[in-house]
Write a protein that binds this ligand. Sequence first.
Ligand code: FES
Ligand SMILES: [Fe+2]
Length: 423
Amino acid sequence: MVTAGQNIRLTRVGPGTPAGELFRRYWQPAVLSEEVPEKDCPPVRVRLLGEDLLAFRDSDGVVALTDAHCPHRRAPLYFGRNEERGIRCAYHGWKFNRDGDCVDMPTEPGNDRMKATVKITAYPTVELGGIVWAYMGPPDKKPPPPDYEWLRVPREFIHVSKTYEECNYLQALEGGLDTAHSSYAHNNNMGAKAEPRLLDKSPRLDVNPTDYGYNYVSTRSMGGGDAYIRLYHYVMPFQQMRGGIHEFSGERRKAPALDGHVWAPIDDETTFVYNWHHTYDATTPIDEAHRVKTEVFYGRGPDDMIPGTYKLKKNKANDYMIDRDLQKTKIFTGIVGINTQDFALQEGMGPIVDRSKEHLGSTDRAIIAMRSMLLKAIDAVEAGGAPPGVEPSTHNNIRPYDGFVRAGEDWRAKFDPETKAKW
Ligand code: FES
Ligand SMILES: [Fe+2]
């Protein structure tokens, strides 16, 4: 059970907070590469772990992530010019490079000493999997860049996107680790004969701690001793990897795929969900139609977004456009869009849910394990120790899977070759 005090420790992400300091020891998604598409393109505002920042791709093609404000008189660098390896403040022309050094101070000609002492915060970045990752922790503790399998997938075989979610990262992450809700929240065809794999509405959960977090196995009974098994990964601190349903009723899908999310906290009360989806192997590239289809399936298609943003048109302000007739006849939630359904339930808990009022059951086992893992890691970092899962060797060879096992079949033997990285 999480006390009110533990809830605060888990959910506050700003500088100097216990979870915020833990998260700063990992590389985190800051922006999609598509947001800063070319050298010297317009800068973008970034808010990450409660800090206001600016991202711009400089003349070398490297993405800088700096303080949002100019250190002269705090004007927003967002209005600055991204030119010749630096951002030049639009107010009085001071200019900063991607390392945060002041490289020109036209209002103080000849004052090289002042120029040398003025710096802005600048975080190192690395671009992997179509995402710009930032390290915001102590420089001497910087781990090598992350090496999840999906970050090694060539661009033609992976699709990434992001969606803005209006609640604390933890309740969003909990939704991603909660395998039991799909039988209700995502039941989008109530009239149809249920897919046999979803008939068992109380899956058994086994959580197996690992160096990167844990894997967990949900087992749904399909009668006669057969079972539908999903092996997910929870990767510290806020990532989920899941099999994209590899088999339907015992038949292997023609083009299986893998999916997952990273829930990067914008601040205590808002989150960017980074979504990834890649093919099982190099057989079939992902074309534009496949990208759009994937987004539409989850309710994040081009028509679902407020133009020019990563925000959904169906949102809290309009009750996610719930249709009560549809709820009676077809879609259990009355809300169209799988991720939209998740958002309605997660955002509706309030910006930061009061976990001391919950009543957790057996299907919440994975969530309980994740919280205690995070609390333990927070304690470890506070005590001067190292957080788990930052070393690439802990996570570079894992992949999720889901499939059927017949009565008496050993699922571990069946899953073993499938749950090793192939890229
Ligand atoms: S406020 Fe930026 S140069 Fe003066
Ligand atoms: Fe969901």
